[in-house]
Design a protein around this ligand. Structure first.
Ligand code: G3P
Ligand code: MG
Length: 371
């Protein structure tokens, strides 16, 4: 997979360079936020709020443009707080820039797996397996490549005509993994579920093998290596009219099977929303998005009076913002997972609107910022 690549890109977070697209808002301008800038910030969910698949929805491009003044200066700090991922933050920012025609920096993108960068040092030079769609990475083996070292580990592989054939002559892992020569004789030290699994049957099988044997498929039962999920979303809104199964659904499948078969219960940690830490990260990043000119002159750290979370998923975005507490204010849109008329019964938002454009309109009016 792409874990270390993603993680390395993520550590470049604050250094993010300008994006070389010819868009109306230059990166020079995005850093010159008006000195008397807002005492509030916005965190946008992506899937079901800004995009469905790769299609902008709910007037998202227009809504984002309203966060800049006529000269292209950013006047409201904002970030994307998504549980999605599978690409480095810099690439995601570049994709969003193209789709939305607004210049978005890597530092404005927080993905479900962004916190994994904190674990890089702990597992450096160890055999680590990563699961999920996306690009290959350095120093980490994708589950696809890892499985290719173990003949017959996936008894259904021969029927999967659509898959790439990775089996055959191996001269060691294809990634830059100096310390890993033969994955068949080294224990896997950790498993990261970075993005949605593309082959549940293979991945559940191979993960059961790794996690039940202390990291060496085919061996005796041993203690489980750590397992990390980038999020625990049961479902999310893609292009299909009804929600699609997310990483949380995959986790339930793996956990149910593992706990029925093996003596020890599956242990894991999940990141992303609704964990309060995701909202704390967003708040910290929002402070970085604000450039020097708008920081208090006496050197105190800037504080926000209100932080708006605009999301489509009540049990993830709204619950998370509510549990994060002050200064978070939750806004639920009807463009994604939530499709109700009134508020959500179990996780009511502070405000329900039809789409993100209405949400931004509400925020700017409430904060006294004219268009
Ligand atoms: O896989 C994507 C998904 O689980 C949620 O993305 O942007 O709605 O947090 P988002
Ligand atoms: Mg969403």
């Amino acid at each position: 997979m792409k874990l270390v690549q993603i993680l390395r890109k993520a550590t470049e977070f604050r250094k993010s360079a300008s994006i070389s697209h010819n868009h109306i808002f230059s990166s020079r301008r995005i850093h010159s936020l008006a000195p008397q800038s807002a005492s509030f910030g916005i965190a946008f969910d992506i899937d079901g709020v800004i995009l469905r698949g790769n299609i902008p929805i709910g007037g998202s491009s227009r809504a984002l443009r309203r966060l800049y003044d006529d000269s292209g200066n950013l006047r409201v700090p904002y970030v994307f707080l998504t549980n999605g991922g599978g690409v480095p933050e810099s690439k995601r920012a570049s994709e969003l820039t193209k789709l939305l025609d607004v210049n978005i920096l890597a530092s404005q993108v927080i993905q479900g797996h962004s916190p994994f960068k904190q674990l890089v040092q702990r597992f450096e030079n160890e055999l680590v397996v990563a699961v999920g769609k996306g690009e290959p990475a350095l120093n980490v083996l994708s589950v696809e490549e890892y499985a290719s070292y173990f003949e017959n580990i996936d008894p259904l592989a021969q029927y999967k005509n659509w898959t790439r054939k990775l089996t055959g002559n191996h001269n060691g892992p294809s990634r830059e993994m100096a310390t890993i020569n033969d994955p068949c004789s080294q224990r896997v030290k950790a498993v990261f579920i970075v993005s949605d699994s593309v082959d549940w049957s293979r991945d559940v099988q191979v993960l059961c093998d790794i996690l039940s044997t202390g990291g060496l498929p085919g061996r005796e039962i041993a203690s489980q290596p750590p397992l990390y999920f980038a999020n625990d979303d049961l479902s999310y809104q893609g292009l299909f009219p009804t929600e699609r199964l997310g990483m949380g659904a995959f986790r339930i499948a793996l956990e149910s099977i593992f706990n029925r078969i093996y003596p020890n219960v599956l242990k894991y940690a999940s990141y992303g929303k609704p964990n309060p830490s995701a909202f704390r990260t967003a708040e910290n990043v929002l402070m970085q998005v604000v450039p020097h000119g708008s920081h208090p002159e006496d050197g105190r750290q800037r504080t926000f009076k209100t932080l708006y979370m605009i999301g489509d998923n009540p049990s993830v975005d709204i619950r998370g913002a509510r549990e994060a507490g002050s200064p978070w204010f939750s806004i639920l849109t009807r463009t994604g997972v939530f499709k109700g008329e009134k508020n959500h019964a179990n996780h009511p938002a502070d405000l329900v609107v039809d789409n993100v454009e209405q949400a931004v309109d509400y925020i700017l009016r409430k904060e006294g910022i004219s268009s």
